[in-house]
Each structure stands twice: as structure tokens, then as C-alpha cells.
Design a protein around this ligand. Structure first.
Ligand code: SF4
Ligand code: SF4
Length: 330
């Protein structure tokens, strides 16, 4: 006989884990339709340019429809600040609301109203990923602008949930050393913020590049925080299915307004559009067998999933894209 039991998941340590709070809804917002850089390793290919972005009104429509506290994680295809004009004061206006908090994933070329945020507003900026795209900054002659912006952001809001990252892309290995030297002299000498080196998720390293990385981690140890090689898929896929809060307290919204309960499951896509002011939340948790995506990891780390595993006598896991009818634990 087949039995399904609830099991406990221990996620591996992740120094960059976003700290979610139990009483808030989570909205991953790919709000920007524009990026001012063209990184070779960008996961959005081609890089998004001059597309529509979400406005203050679009985001507030979502927040009001969801109700309660809302945590917007601004991360996605474009650069958050590049998606709007400084005069829009989008970030400042959102953070005027006590029930709204944000996480920012930015390239630092423009930071608009960030330096003018009040102390109260800054408390609601709960997580920052500032990425140092050296090759692109150099070719766009934006290194000094980035340096000034990075130092302004750090002086204003450095904390344990503020990360400065450098992507280790194999195609840019010839400039890794030059990039770290520049950061050491131009930023770290003025503000001692250590860098996190992040493996390009799209490409593996050659033996030569692994050796170079080893050498760099020794030579630049004082300015480095860690090397991140996140692969959470292997942890999550050991489960047969989960009960997930997608569509109830977790959502993803895109720059054209489309709202998904979860973008990875076809039947959970397009539950609304923020620009046309349509949005129907789900009433129940979703039983999902396709637990291997980046969002799954975040939702699991937020404690919004219950994990289930079949007994040893069971014939095997279901087809990966199949969902299973179970009554989720509440
Ligand atoms: S800054 Fe980010 S969004 Fe823009 S091109 Fe680079 S990786 Fe892509
Ligand atoms: S388990 Fe992962 S893929 Fe499935 S609905 Fe939840 S977030 Fe989406």
C-alpha cells in the first residue's frame, strides 16, 4: 500500500538567504523593462531594453489586492532602478507604506532616490544584492559612477543583508584578477565591504579556471567574503511533492503586468495582470511535484512549503511535471 508522509527539510547554509517573515506575502517582482548594461552572462537573453515597467500604481494595486504585509523582491530581467525615472520616486513612494518592505537586486549604475530614503524607509529595505559587473562597467565607462554609488549605498545602509557580488563568468576569466584589483583599490580601500564571488549558473569552469579561482581566493582573501556555488536543486528534488503557498502568499509579477502564482507550473501562470487591474488569488495551497526551481528554494526557506515523501514500498516518484491530489497540511 502506498503511504505519503510529511518530512522535515534541512536546507543547506546559505549566506545570502533572504530573511522572510511569517506574516508577510512574498512577491517576486521582475518590475523593470530595461537594463543599462549588456552582460554576456545575463540570464535574460537578449537583455531587456526599453520595455514597459511596473509603475507605483501597478505595484500598489497588487499590494492592496493581496492585503496585509507585502515583501517585494525586486529581481529579474532588467535593472530595478533603470526601469523608471528618478522623478518617479518609485522606491521612495513604495517605502512610505509601513506594510511594504523590499529586497533589491541592482547593478548600481543608477540608484535614483536611494540616498534620499529616510531612516524609517531604509529599515524596510531588508535585503540588497549590488552586483559588480566589471567588464560591462568598464566598457560603458561607468566604473567611477558605480564606485560612487556603491560607496553611497554602503555608507547609508550597510548591514549583514547587504551583499556586493561579482559574477565569475568563464568567458570573462581573463579579467577576473583585474576586476578584483580594481575593487580592492577603488572600493574596499574606502569602505571595507567584502565581495561574494558567485559562479555563473550557466557555465562550468575548466581546470585552468578552477586553478585561477584558487589563486585569486588566496591573493585577495582580505577583500573576499566567500565563493558561492549554490545548487539547491539537488536538495529539493529528493522530495516527491510539496504543498506550496503559490498563489496564496507567494506570487511573481512581470514588467508587462502579468501575474503568476508560480511561473514554473503552466496551470499556475497568469492569474492576473497588474496593469489591467485583474488578479484572482488562489484559495488553497498547491500540491506540486516539480520542486527544483530557484523560487522553490526561496519559498521553502520562507517556510511556505510542506514536504512529502513516499514510503520505500512505493513504485517510485511521479512524472516530474505531474501534480498530485493531496490535502495539504495547514
Ligand atoms: S546588469 Fe543584470 S539584468 Fe542587466 S545585463 Fe547585466 S546581468 Fe542582465
Ligand atoms: S513547489 Fe516550486 S515549482 Fe511548484 S508551485 Fe511551488 S514554487 Fe512553483
Amino acid at each position: 500500500m502506498q503511504t505519503i508522509s510529511e518530512v522535515r527539510l534541512e536546507l543547506p547554509h546559505d549566506e545570502m538567504q533572504i530573511k522572510f517573515r511569517p506574516d508577510e506575502s512574498i512577491v517576486f517582482a521582475s518590475s523593470s523593462g530595461h537594463c543599462n548594461l549588456d552582460c554576456s552572462y545575463c540570464v535574460a537573453s537578449p537583455v531587456v531594453k526599453l520595455q514597459p515597467s511596473l509603475s507605483y500604481e501597478d505595484l500598489m494595486f497588487m499590494a492592496q489586492r493581496i492585503g496585509g504585509k507585502v515583501f517585494f523582491i525586486f529581481s529579474g530581467r532588467g535593472d530595478f532602478f533603470a526601469g523608471y525615472r528618478k522623478s518617479d520616486r518609485l522606491l521612495q513612494r513604495l517605502l512610505e507604506h509601513e506594510h511594504i518592505a523590499v529586497a533589491l537586486d541592482v547593478n548600481g549604475v543608477v540608484i535614483h532616490c536611494f540616498p534620499e530614503l529616510s531612516d524609517e524607509q531604509l529599515k524596510r529595505v531588508r535585503h540588497v544584492n549590488l552586483t559588480f559587473h566589471y567588464q560591462q562597467l568598464k566598457s560603458h565607462k561607468a566604473l567611477q559612477v558605480w564606485r560612487d554609488n556603491a560607496l553611497r549605498m554602503l555608507h547609508r545602509h550597510d548591514n549583514p543583508d547587504f551583499f556586493v557580488n561579482f559574477i565569475l563568468s568563464p568567458g570573462e576569466a581573463p579579467i577576473w584578477r583585474e576586476a578584483l584589483q580594481w575593487y580592492q583599490t577603488e572600493v574596499h580601500a574606502h569602505y571595507p565591504k567584502a565581495l561574494i564571488l558567485i559562479n555563473d549558473v550557466l557555465a562550468g569552469f575548466s581546470a585552468e579556471q578552477e586553478a585561477l579561482l584558487q589563486a585569486l581566493t588566496q591573493d585577495f582573501a582580505p577583500i573576499l567574503h566567500s565563493v558561492r556555488r549554490g545548487n539547491f536543486e539537488s536538495v529539493l528534488k529528493s522530495f516527491d511533492h510539496v504543498s506550496c503557498a503559490a498563489g496564496r502568499t507567494y506570487f511573481r509579477v512581470w514588467n508587462n503586468g502579468d501575474i503568476d502564482a508560480c511561473p514554473n507550473v503552466s496551470e499556475l501562470r497568469l492569474i492576473g495582470n497588474a496593469k489591467s487591474r485583474q488578479f484572482a488569488l488562489r484559495a488553497d495551497d498547491f500540491a506540486c511535484a516539480d520542486v527544483r526551481h530557484c523560487d522553490c528554494y526561496h519559498i521553502a526557506s520562507a517556510g511556505r512549503m510542506t514536504f512529502y515523501k513516499r514510503s520505500a514500498s512505493d513504485p517510485g516518484p511521479p512524472h516530474p511535471s505531474r501534480t498530485i491530489a493531496i490535502h495539504p497540511a495547514r
